[in-house]
Design a binder for this molecule. Structure first.
Ligand code: SF4
Length: 455
């Protein structure tokens, strides 16, 4: 029987800024693993893989900056009408259309195309990528990913033929049968436990990204994770380590990032995983990174020592804000938690070069004073500050509250929810000058730390 040929595409980003902080389309790679498992012939075009050698045939790719991260190739493009008043340059980040065309021709005729998506306010790049794909192939295009999960009713207006807005991969065979009459075998697998992300579809990568768990039991009012994943699921530690070893043998990269939302949620489990990384000597082969904020409350002496021994080079602690908003937005962390975590990390051997805390700016009801206090507090612990601009994510408790209050309409164009442009138009949030002030203060405090201190 002829195998069904599927093409997976990770689209470009259209935004005012973007940087490759270990961005890999993990969801799409799980789709690839699942399709391979049920017998499909699978191909991948990742327009954001800066390390793919063929992209250099069409555009100059900036060199890595550190730990495999770096700038995307970028080209200024026309702003969509809704953003026409924003005084910033809008760009396409990723490989140019000529590369996509070249790859689609190289792969040849396919039966079905899967396109993924992430941020809702990146839908423009996703739609444009799909439009272009449809000029090159007659195969039906299925759109999936986080954007379709959060805004399924918006995603159905995309140029894709079908939208798969679920993160339950086990529903895919039925979806393919109902929509495309593609019959597949329906293997009894638990995809997150049994499958490794399909990195084998790449020719070359500059780093690897894994998630050892999905979901989070906390319920922060600004976060979509607990809504997207009903329960917190963890993969068994041995399988994670086996997957890492397998792909390290294949790609020989120097950096691995874990993108869990709740990496430390079960301390016992995290300790087992970290111990296994050390036991299997993976700490001698690669540097590890935790770019998503980890829970400060779960960092104890043993966790800190294991992280150090396991060769973690990037540790971000989720702090977000000072003051009573800590409690009101979900109580995931308090000042004392951060203080203790930093103390343990410092005793284990980490310095401000590896450890930073996230601070959110422009949260609803957050005062400038809360942010300034948060910045000085993090700085007083002698770790770096990572200032993140808040965005209301559709479907979160914050979103329901803000739309109820009429601070914007439920059917707002998601492009306007881009955090970098909120201060340009959102009267309810902080002004541009307040945001600029906080950014400047962050730079000053981080510079002072770099110049004067080590932990
Ligand atoms: S702890 Fe982190 S992942 Fe969990 S709900 Fe809060 S912000 Fe989201």
């Amino acid at each position: 029987m002829r195998r069904i040929k599927a093409l997976l595409v990770n689209p470009v980003i259209h935004d005012f800024a973007a940087y490759d902080f270990w961005l890999k389309p993990l969801g799409l790679l799980y789709v690839g693993a699942f399709l391979s498992h049920i017998g499909f012939e699978v191909h991948l075009i990742d327009l954001l893989n800066r390390h793919e050698p063929d992209i250099e045939k069409f555009v100059k790719v900036p060199k890595d900056k550190y730990y495999g991260t770096g700038k995307f190739p970028a080209e200024e493009i026309e702003k969509p009408d809704v953003l026409s008043n924003i005084p910033r340059r809008f760009k396409r980040y990723g490989a140019p259309p000529e590369y996509l065309e070249y790859k689609i021709k190289e792969i040849g005729k396919v039966d079905v195309v899967f396109v993924t998506s992430v941020m809702t306010y990146w839908y423009h790049g996703v739609w444009e990528t799909i439009k272009f794909i449809k000029t090159l192939t007659d195969a039906p295009v299925i759109l999936g990913g986080i954007y379709t999960n959060i805004l399924p009713n918006h995603a159905v207006r995309s140029p894709a033929d079908f939208v798969f807005s679920s993160n339950h991969l086990e529903l895919l065979p039925k979806f393919l049968k109902d929509k495309l009459s593609i019959e597949t075998n329906d293997p009894p697998i638990e995809w997150f436990e049994d499958l490794d992300p399909a990195y084998f579809l790449y020719k070359k990568v500059g780093y690897l990204v894994f998630t050892t768990s999905i979901g989070c039991p906390f319920k922060c009012t600004y976060c979509i994770t607990p809504i997207m994943w009903e329960k917190h699921r963890r993969r068994s530690e041995e399988k994670i380590i086996d997957a890492i070893e397998k792909y390290l043998d294949m790609f020989h990269v120097e950096d691995i990032a874990f993108f869990d939302d709740a990496f430390l949620m079960s301390k016992g489990r995290a300790k087992k995983l970290l111990s296994l990384l050390i036991e299997r000597k993976l700490n001698k082969r690669v540097r590890f990174h935790l770019p998503n904020g980890i829970h400060a409350r779960f960092v104890d002496e043993e966790v800190a020592c294991l992280l150090y021994e396991a060769n973690f080079k990037t540790i971000k602690l989720g702090y977000e804000t000072s003051g009573e908003l800590q409690e009101r937005t979900g109580g995931k962390v308090f000042d004392s938690d951060l203080e203790k975590a930093v103390e343990f990390l410092k005793e284990a051997g980490f310095t401000h070069k590896e450890v930073a805390a996230y601070v959110l700016i422009n949260m609803p009801e957050q005062r400038l004073e809360d942010i300034i206090n948060a910045l000085y507090f993090v700085n007083s612990l002698k770790i770096k500050i990572n200032l993140n601009e808040y965005t209301p994510i559709p479907g979160t408790p914050d979103w329901h509250e803000l739309t109820k209050k009429g601070t914007f309409q439920k059917d707002i164009d998601p492009l306007l929810l881009n955090n970098t442009i909120l201060p340009f138009w959102w009267k309810y949030g902080m002004s541009k000058s307040e945001v600029e002030y906080a950014k400047k203060l962050t730079r000053e405090l981080n510079n002072k730390l770099n110049n004067n201190y080590s932990l």
